[in-house]
Design a protein around this ligand. Sequence first.
Ligand code: SF4
Length: 477
Amino acid sequence: MSESDERTGLNHRRVPPTTSGIDEEEPPGKPRRHPLWREVPDHQWNDWRWQSQNAIRSVRQLRHLLPFTPEELEAIGSLEADFKLAIPPYYFSLINPDDPNDPIRLQSVPSPLERENPSGFELEDPLEEDQDSPVPGLTHRYPDRVLLVSTHVCSMYCRFCTRKRATMVRGGWDAVNRNDRRMIDYIRRHPEIRDVVLSGGDPLTLPLAKLKFFLDNLAAIPHVDVIRIGTRVPVTLPQKLFDQELIDLLAAAGKVWIQTHFNHPREITPEAARVCQALLRAGMPVNNHTVLLKGVNDSLATMQRLMRGLLRIKVRPYYIFHCDPVIGAGHFRTSIWKGLEIMEGLRGHMSGLGVPTYVVDSPHGGGKIPLMPNYLVSMSDDAVVLRNYEGMLVRYQAEDKPPSIRPTPTRGVSALIQGSESALVPERTERMARRSLRVLASAAGANDKEFSSAACCGESESTASFDDWAPVVRRRR
Ligand code: SF4
């Protein structure tokens, strides 16, 4: 048994699979443990040091925990020399070992596909961060904010990581430590900088004294209003944040916002919920980045469950990033249309609090560019035609002046532009059915209670048709 096998407690046996179908649970789901660690006492399981010391760090360990073909083992074995691997037992336990395409597995376990670069488009530094770095490790791209790489260490190495050149490549970035003070000095000398993204790697893997160095220095700069901590620790190693000393250190800086990174609803566990609540209670807003990843979350149903699960634990969905063209991550990339399809199913269909901004981080250092489905359908010199999430088209006159109705006989969108109609409403929307029921109920003298009772019994479809209401909405006001 190797040294790492001893630490992990592996003894070269196949482990029986856990239950499948675990995606059906509403997040946060139940606490999970892979059978291998079922007997580990809670005080050890809940200790981040134990989790870190027992992390899966080699293909030799993986082969006893998950099924692989010999070809796969050979391929991922050859990746080991180039890229780091680390999966804490907690995060590994979220994997369904029966499913080779499990979304947690895809994010954390090396794949032979990492050797491929099908488009030839993938790059080491796809966002050209290094070219916008006045000091190594510090990217100054936008007018009022900078990104500071504080470490190259992570609790789990995400196979799609954009900054793989610093985090996962063995012997990757050693420039960071040598430039800590230079990075702080640069920020101090530039009063236009208001917002510092403390990133990595994962800053919450830093020794507390080192993290305190960054927080104390940044918090003391008067023109810095916001310190954003970019971290996957709440997702991959929440035990780290069971440590009240760390929460207190973050809170003491007074300017800290947490930017975390949940990609799948199964990652929203009771442990993750607990630490997000602790951060919120200590006064730090918690926002979430999600990366759109093929096979992990490239479906509307998964994204809806993820966003709803995040709201349930009071984490604000902030961005969905299109996956960057980084070397070894081409197999994770979807079409842009997939992202827009997902946004079409989020906006209007769920609370606006749960709708993030979908962004593409542009090549050549162009930064984040937001994309969304098109809600502006047509326009004239005095009005626009807008589309809502239901497909309703509406003429909207932004300026406060009399409408100019042109007498040109026309129909459809053109009639909205000409001003002879004010809206085109799709048939059989739930909203219109509710309205028509209310109109009919009101005409029949029903009170609100009777109306609610009829509506909740599903009588809206049977007692009122769309046509009862549509002529009213289409007429010009
Ligand atoms: S935690 Fe962040 S920096 Fe670290 S590997 Fe994952 S995506 Fe990259």
